[in-house]
Design a protein around this ligand. Structure first.
Ligand SMILES: [Zn+2]
Length: 480
């Protein structure tokens, strides 16, 4: 089956063909380390973790690169505000970010690359853009002239004029040629540096054009050029990065290399809102990864993310969490059932049922190959659970089949990590056993001794023994 990806560049689903067969180079925008990550950020990283794991499962050799923005105006502003040295602040939140990723079982990144470890590469790109006439110098820094790049706006479908609309993280400065021109290198203000206070010291590196620091869009292309070269396969990120950030990356690298496209497939994740609103500290709906994992669990967040297609918005609310929890309980309960029939064999049953894992496996792959349609993949898994439960309740699920389903679940969980990974909510006595005990009690009340006895035997076969006491039936683990 051919894998298809929705490419933001063409606004179409395209058959995935990496530059080099079987090898995939993927870059995803990493965190700006000035605060804790929230579950909206986590959504993007969970999605790309799933994508990379799925590509690996399909046999690709994947190099997953992510940058760490450890020098940026946001970091500097926060550091000054909190009276701490910028580097101490960014290192602290980098550590927190990596801790969050570990807690969410996001372990597919091949290399984390800090911006400050690539200053040499950044300066080299600035100089090349100046030389080629795409960049110009004014009093406070070096800027990119977006009018010089013919393809400007091809990703976001904005014109140079549209770039003048109010947009986030635009660099304001006197003397810019176009309002949408963005900063490549910001010169350091000497008065600030003279201050005796360490926390007021602004990051700065020497460069041929003057001491300063890189603009935000610049580290990505410097880092990807170092590890990937001029062109690579996939660039990912949240959809609010399309403009101006990713548009700027294209303008920088394609102007330097003269080659296009910089990236073959641009993949963007949808927003995560809370009760319809964007997550923001000022609105008090800012849920950090740390708090979420403490209150609920990482499993819940992963399933919550996969229930929606990665390009669609997710509205986070309590109802959604309850639904995720009950789905996880359903999965756990089903696995308990499958594990309870391990090792028992009955030839008659083997003949009665046919394997239904194979069709589900096909459905799963078809859904995932269609631009990573995880809600569709999950639907096929829940259909399998429904059918499996029906057979199990009739005592017709064979040990061979139980083993095949478990093996399939383990396989898909290497991509999803919410089935077996993390703390399962396995009850002491599974609820399906409790249900059987209730059914037996009802049979006894009706004086249907034959059925009651049959259920008792079935319960015993599953490893539990019923003792009828004056207070009612009591269950014990049964060891034959
Ligand atoms: Zn980026």
């Amino acid at each position: 089956m051919a894998l298809k990806l929705y490419n933001t560049l063409s606004r179409k689903k395209e058959i995935f063909k990496p530059f080099k067969k079987e090898r995939v180079k993927i870059f995803v925008c990493g965190p700006t380390c000035y605060d804790f990550s929230h579950i909206g950020h986590a959504r993007t990283y969970i999605v790309f973790d799933m994508i990379v794991k799925y590509l690996k499962q399909k046999g690709y050799d994947v190099f997953y690169l992510q940058n760490i923005t450890d020098v940026d105006d946001k970091i500097i502003d926060r550091a000054v505000e909190e009276k701490v040295f910028w580097k101490d602040l960014s290192r602290k939140f980098e550590k927190e970010y990596l801790k969050d990723m570990k807690a969410l079982n996001i372990n597919s990144v091949s290399k984390y690359a800090r911006a400050t470890a690539h200053i040499k590469e950044i300066i080299s790109q600035v100089e090349r853009l100046l030389k080629k006439g795409f960049a110009y110098q004014i009093k406070d820094g070096i800027y990119y002239d977006i009018k010089k790049f013919k393809d400007y706006g091809k990703l976001s479908r904005r014109t140079v004029l549209m770039a003048e609309d109010a947009i986030s993280r635009i660099d304001e400065a006197k003397g810019k040629r176009n309002k949408g021109d963005f900063c490549l290198w910001k010169f350091v203000v000497p008065e600030w540096q003279k201050s005796g206070k360490k926390f007021l010291r602004i990051p700065s590196w020497p460069s041929p054009s003057g001491d300063g620091r890189p603009g935000w869009h610049f580290e990505d292309t410097a880092i990807t050029e170092k590890y990937f070269g001029f062109q690579y396969d996939i660039h990912g990120g949240a959809r609010d990065l399309i403009f101006p950030h990713h548009e700027a990356e294209i303008a920088q690298m394609e102007a330097i290399s003269g080659r296009k496209p910089l990236v073959k497939y641009w993949l963007h994740t949808g927003f995560l809102t809370v009760k319809g609103q964007k997550m923001a500290k000022s609105l008090g709906n800012f849920i950090t990864v740390k708090d979420f994992v403490k209150k609920h669990s990482a499993r819940i967040l992963r399933l919550l993310v996969f229930r929606t297609h990665y390009r669609s918005p997710i509205d986070y609310n309590e109802k959604e969490i309850e639904q995720v929890k009950s789905q996880l309980e359903r999965i756990d309960e089903f696995i308990d059932k499958l594990e309870s029939i391990k090792g028992t064999k009955n030839k008659k049953w083997e003949k009665l049922t046919k394997s239904f894992v194979l069709p589900t496996e096909k459905e799963f792959e078809m859904a995932m190959d269609d631009d990573f349609n995880t809600p569709m993949a999950l639907a096929s898994i829940f259909r399998l659970i429904t059918r499996g439960n029906q057979l199990f309740d009739r005592g017709k699920l064979t040990p061979a089949e139980a083993r095949a389903i478990l093996a399939f679940f383990r396989k898909i969980d290497r991509v999803f990590n919410f089935i077996f990974w993390g703390k399962r909510v396995a009850p002491k006595i599974p609820s399906f056993i409790k249900k059987m005990v209730r059914e037996r009690e009802e049979a006894r009340k009706r004086e249907d001794w034959k059925l009651a006895d049959e259920i008792r035997r079935k319960i015993q076969w599953m490893g539990y023994k019923i003792e009828d006491t004056k207070e009612g039936p009591k269950l014990k683990k049964f060891k034959p």
